[in-house]
Design a protein around this ligand. Structure first.
Ligand SMILES: [Zn+2]
Length: 128
């Protein structure tokens, strides 16, 4: 059973075959930001051009802003926290989820440009 696009984005797998991982495994602090150069399964190039992931910064910004606005407003108005408590909580949240946001935004970005091809193999690999 093939993964849906949403499942592929959230599990950070290759957008072309939806099997290979986008990031170096296992997850450690040393390789928290390292992407594989290509898919292990279909050899899709994960960096088709220099600076390909600059656009992912905008995705990251949008995700981060919405999460912090929702959490901040929820804490301040929902739970009645002070501004200082809310800012500290949001700062701690930023530290905890920054790598998740980094990876999700890159996964989303490459899924915008690379089309799903279930029959993709290493022999049929092309850039984007
Ligand atoms: Zn692949």
């Amino acid at each position: 059973m093939a993964k849906s696009k949403l499942a592929s984005i959230s599990s950070m797998t290759c957008p072309r075959c939806r099997k290979g991982s986008l990031f170096v495994q296992p997850y450690t602090l040393a390789n928290a930001y390292k992407m594989k150069p290509a898919c292990d399964s279909c050899h899709q190039n994960y960096e088709p051009e220099p600076g390909f992931y600059y656009g992912a910064m905008f995705i990251s910004y949008i995700l981060t802003a919405w999460i912090f606005i929702i959490v901040g407003l929820g804490l301040a108005f929902g739970l009645g926290w002070t501004v200082t408590q809310t800012l500290i909580a949001v700062a701690v949240l930023a530290i905890l989820i920054h790598n998740l946001i980094f990876r999700l935004s890159r996964s989303l970005w490459i899924h915008f440009f690379v089309k799903y091809k279930p029959s993709a193999t290493a022999e049929t690999s092309t850039d984007i």
